[in-house]
Design a protein around this ligand. Structure first.
Ligand code: SF4
Length: 412
């Protein structure tokens, strides 16, 4: 949206300067994010009482009425309508409050915007897929993003090449459900084939996969990642729960035995891979015993990190009306216990890389006078070096684990 507006002659100013036009791209994954979006709309008006506020994104998609009533909102557009932002801005000039939100479950394609840069980032993202058909019991995404659908491979290749030409050393393939890539295309395609095509037909230096569902991480894809010279050995897999009855209540379609086998397979194919899991604590009905089962299960897995989220009720999902909702303080305390386990796992994974050379992409900005680089296997590494290295690939050798971070020396 930023590139579209800039191309049309708008200039981007900091939020606090009180812009004439403010776009709030909302998230609706929990009721807390809804509240944050409403707060942002109010704050925009505090910086410039006369500004026009456009609201879009997932909250706008699932509850446009709640947003159109807020003072200052002049336009509410759904996720599909975002692509025609300029048309709707023009149309809104003659109407008091315009609401344009179509039925997203009818959307059949993904249109890649002609992006060439990601402000302030050293890695670029290509959204190859959108939507989801899984309807896990806690998740609003299928209602906010629609059915699973894929970008055309020629468009993906074109965008990867454009971003490579703009100087990005690393491209991340993202989506809601990237493991389902290509099932809706004619002829059908798979993520595995797309990854191979990107490696063969573009100049990408480093290619990373976004989060992938455990049941979609196929043997073929693992073999491709293992044989590739550009694919990062990094898998982000949503486990969500480590107890079989909780998994069942969540509507997930695998059990602990399947997941443990999958982690063993990934480790065998990619011995130094980062394996990061998402976990939710305090899902409705989660007993202390079920949580302990999950903790013990995760403690045994050969993984490098966890992203832990205390369950947060999302109105409109089946889980929101399940009995035995777990109190927030219990979910948060369980999340803290898992985060401590995650920190320990990450430290051990990081320390196993001491004295081993690693290629990192350098991020912009400094951390206490040091640069930060991200390795292919997703280690954050601090090292001394010139700020001009930002956005480049360099080789470093980790020398110490200190103050919760891996410190390295630049290899010249
Ligand atoms: S697979 Fe992921 S996006 Fe789809 S419903 Fe489940 S949690 Fe939500």
């Amino acid at each position: 949206m930023q590139e579209t507006l800039q191309t049309a002659g708008y200039s981007i100013v900091p939020f606090e300067e009180g812009a004439d036009l403010v776009i709030v791209n909302t998230c609706t994954v929990t009721s807390a994010t809804d509240a944050q979006s409403r707060n942002l709309i109010r704050r925009a008006r505090r910086f410039n009482a006369a500004c026009r506020v456009v609201v879009t994104g997932c909250y706008a998609q699932v509850d446009p009425e709640a947003l159109h009533e807020l003072p200052g909102v002049s336009l509410v557009i759904g996720n599909e309508e975002k692509q025609r932002l300029l048309d709707f801005l023009r149309k809104a000039e003659t109407e008091s409050v315009l609401v344009e939100v179509s039925d997203i479950r009818q959307a059949e394609s993904v249109c890649l915007p002609p992006l060439t840069s990601f402000a302030g980032r050293s890695r670029a993202f290509v959204q190859i897929q959108n939507g989801c058909d899984a309807f896990c019991s806690y998740c609003i995404i299928p209602y906010a993003r629609g059915a699973s659908r894929s970008a055309r491979p020629d468009e993906v290749l074109q965008q990867v090449d454009a971003l490579v030409a703009s100087g990005y050393p690393e491209i991340v393939l993202t989506g809601i459900h990237i493991g389902g890539y290509g099932a809706d295309l004619q002829p059908k395609l798979t993520l595995n084939k797309l990854v191979r095509q990107i490696e063969l037909e573009t100049g990408v230096r480093r290619l990373r996969l976004g989060s992938i569902e455990p049941t979609e991480l196929t043997d073929e894809l693992l073999a491709t990642l293992a044989a590739s010279s550009v694919a990062c050995p990094h898998l982000h897999i949503p486990l969500q729960a480590g107890d079989d009855s909780v998994l069942q209540r969540m509507g997930r379609t695998y059990d602990r035995a399947f997941f443990a086998g999958l982690v063993r397979k990934v480790r065998a194919a990619l011995p130094s891979a980062a394996i990061c899991l998402d976990v939710i604590t305090g899902f409705p009905g989660e007993t202390e015993q079920e949580f302990t089962n999950a903790y013990d299960f995760i403690a045994e897995l050969s993984i490098s990190d966890l992203h832990v989220f205390p369950y947060s009720k999302r109105p409109g999902t089946p889980a929101a009306s399940l009995p035995a909702q777990v109190p927030g303080n219990v979910s948060r305390e369980r999340a803290e216990r898992l985060r401590r386990l995650a920190a320990e796992k990450y430290r051990r994974f990081a320390e196993s890389h001491l004295d081993r050379e690693l290629e990192v992409v350098v991020e912009s900005g400094s951390r206490g006078g040091l640069l930060k680089g991200i390795s292919g296997n997703y280690l954050e590494i601090l090292f001394p070096g010139a700020a001009s290295l930002a956005g480049q690939c360099v080789t470093v050798r980790p020398v110490a684990w200190r103050d919760g971070a891996l410190h390295a020396a630049l290899v010249l």
